[in-house]
Write a protein that binds this ligand. Structure first.
Ligand code: M6R
Length: 622
């Protein structure tokens, strides 16, 4: 989704803003823009469609935009097509054309989020003589701020809080006012925004990597708060306009973690970081041979108090939920429901008070997951967030937080965060089973040992990547790919299929292998690739039979199975073996070849692996 940056200090703002926007590229965008102020002069606005280098070219890498205070934006179109006129920043003044140049305006701003009642607000502003040049909800919000600013004449914070009371939806807003040179005002509701502070400079951004080069000191501005930033001061206000104090947080992760580090793409780097992500996450949860979830506030008594688990998430995080369902149910005998957050939030599901609702999210900002969390809390359930981004909204609003330690994930297609979520959920399942008494002491020890071995086994799977690279070159022109499996293997298939389609743009579907005969098998043609996941010994023969049924209708077969299951080669054209592990934890290993297959297929097709079309890293709108 959109990315926002802001800078005010003693250096030239435009190159810093462009650098920040580049680091937010992973969020997905289709146009970009800057507004920079040179002292008291009006803000100069420059926009470009397409990739960020167009904006950099247009501004001579920022050099042609003098000034030490500015805001920047990458836009992922929601209201209005991805055009110059709809690109941000937007201005409060009347202007023709794209709104670029020095437009006589009191307010200029950028926005991430969606203003749901923008039509109603636009009508109000039209009645008050405002004219609109774009189709965006952002222009409406900038003009509404301008309206209150002029009507009440109390100042920017007051104009912004009045606007916040009127708008419905989500926003991270950064605004500059003509009468306040050197200052940027920001506001937030349900869209990510951080404020950074350094000596003689202040920053704002949608995410930490944008400003990490300049500072590690950040404030996490809360929902419905306003920030006022100047080169040497940062102030926060609540909706009443009263000043509030926020804690300063030090970012501890390594800046190099957000760089490509010699890999061709972030996705490949992050695939290779999975052993570390899994190890760090497990090390934070396992101490002296025991799982300790007290850092998440989950004591044994708390864990014993639930009769039902609901897991809510989107995309790959939902696939983690699907895999965890099998593990938790099998180990604890507790009923587990796994729901898509976008459905859960509107479904009026009965939620018992003795339910633990687990929201899984890498970003901690996914709009549907956040809404689902709030629904669960309203209905009286206890909530646990399994989140990667420290200080994110979901992490802050959940009753308990279990952090995955995957570090910053940049590629849109998640890999290491997914793996870290899997092992965190596995550890939770084992600990719950232990305190509920559904597993013995011996089994507890065995599971912890097996979990501890996962990171090294992931590393071993990665050693087989050349074979997958080779195989991907054979399937680069495929039209359809089917991923099938039963039980946990079905959950892994879901993730394999998503990885393939989101970055290679090849149509792919995941099916529970037993379902094929109920419709889908009619799609199998000569050379259709069917990838079977075959890690569950109890279900192995069943899935092989389903694969053979496809083969006899012309399909080409690939299998992912555990080392030692060599009979698979009697039926399957290409086989990938993963190390033996306890079958509950196999997802962490079996997913890796499927990630690599998606990655290499995308590379072979010459696509933008890290920033696939139409997608955003963090989906902060509905
Ligand atoms: O940040 P989240 O984990 O809440 O994001 C959820 C999904 O948007 C995300 O997993 C998405 O499906 C990825 N593109 C998958 O690779």
């Amino acid at each position: 989704m959109c990315g926002i940056v802001g800078y005010t200090g003693s250096k030239q703002a435009a190159p810093i803003l462009l650098d920040g926007l580049e680091r937010l590229e992973y969020r997905g965008y289709d146009s970009a823009g800057l507004a920079v102020r040179n002292g008291d002069a009006l803000a100069e606005v420059v926009k470009a469609t397409g990739k960020l280098y167009h904006l950099a070219d247009k501004t001579d890498q920022g050099r042609s935009l003098p000034g030490t205070c500015g805001i920047g934006h990458t836009r992922w179109a929601t209201h209005g097509d991805p055009s110059l006129v709809n690109a941000h920043p937007h201005v409060s003044g009347n202007c023709s054309g794209s709104g670029s140049g020095q437009v006589e305006s009191d307010v200029v701003g950028v926005h991430n989020g969606i203003i749901e009642n923008f039509t109603e607000l636009k009508e109000k502003l039209l009645r008050h003589g405002y004219a609109f040049y774009s189709d965006t909800d952002t222009e409406v919000v900038v003009k509404l701020v301008d309206y209150y600013y002029k009507k009440y004449k109390i100042g920017p914070v007051d104009a912004i809080t009045r606007t916040m009371v009127r708008v419905r939806g989500s926003y991270a807003l950064a605004l500059m006012f003509k009468d306040y040179p050197g200052e940027i005002f920001a506001a937030r509701k349900d869209s990510p925004l951080i404020i950074g502070t350094a000596e003689d400079a202040s920053f704002l951004a949608s995410d930490v990597p944008a400003i990490l080069k300049y500072t590690r000191q950040v404030y996490y501005i809360d929902n419905l708060q306003v920030a006022r930033i100047a080169p040497s001061s940062v102030k926060f206000y609540d909706l009443n306009g009263d000043e509030v104090t926020l804690p300063l947080t030090e970012i501890t992760w390594d800046a190099a973690a957000a760089e490509r580090g010699g890999f061709e793409h972030f996705m490949l780097k992050e695939i290779h970081e999975q052993p570390q992500a899994a190890r760090d996450t497990l090390n934070s949860l396992i101490r002296d041979g025991k799982i300790d979830l007290t850092s998440a506030g989950l004591t044994d008594d708390t864990l014993r108090s639930f009769e039902q688990i609901d897991i809510v998430a989107c995309g790959s995080a939902w696939h983690v939920g699907m895999a965890s369902q099998y593990v938790i149910e099998d180990l604890t005998q507790l009923p587990v429901r796994v729901e898509l957050a976008s459905e859960f939030r509107y479904r009026h599901l009965p939620i018992r008070k003795d339910t633990l609702v687990i929201v899984i999210s890498q970003s901690g900002e996914t709009a549907d997951s956040l809404a689902a969390l709030r629904v669960a809390k309203e209905r009286g359930a206890m909530t646990l967030a399994v989140v990667n981004v420290v200080g994110s909204t979901i992490a802050r609003e959940a009753d308990h937080v279990l952090y995955t330690l995957a570090g910053p994930e940049i590629a849109v297609a998640t890999t290491k965060a997914y793996s870290a979520q899997l092992v965190a959920m596995d550890a939770l399942a084992v600990q719950m089973a232990y305190v509920l008494g559904t597993i013995s002491n011996e089994q507890y020890g065995h599971f912890i040992e097996e979990l501890g071995a996962i990171p090294d086994k992931i590393r071993r799977v990665l050693e087989d990547k050349e074979r997958l690279q080779w195989f991907s070159s054979k399937i680069a022109n495929a039209h359809d790919i089917f991923f099938i499996g039963r039980g946990l293997d079905y959950a892994i298939s879901l993730e394999g299929s998503l990885k393939m389609k989101e970055i290679s743009y090849i149509h792919s579907e995941a099916y529970a292998a037993g379902e094929l005969k109920h419709g889908t098998i009619s799609l199998i043609e000569h050379n259709t690739l069917v990838i079977g996941v075959l890690t569950q010994s109890e279900l192995f023969e069943k899935t092989i039979s389903n694969m053979v049924e496809c083969k006899s209708r012309g399909a080409y077969l690939m299998g992912v199975t555990t080392n030692g299951n060599f009979t698979v080669e009697d039926s399957v054209n290409f086989t990938v073996y993963i190390p033996k592990t306890d079958e509950h934890f196999v997802s962490s290993l079996a997913v890796v070849p499927l990630q690599l297959l998606g990655y290499y297929t995308s590379v072979n097709r010459g696509l933008d692996v890290d920033k696939p079309r139409n997608l955003a890293k963090s989906v902060t709108v509905e």
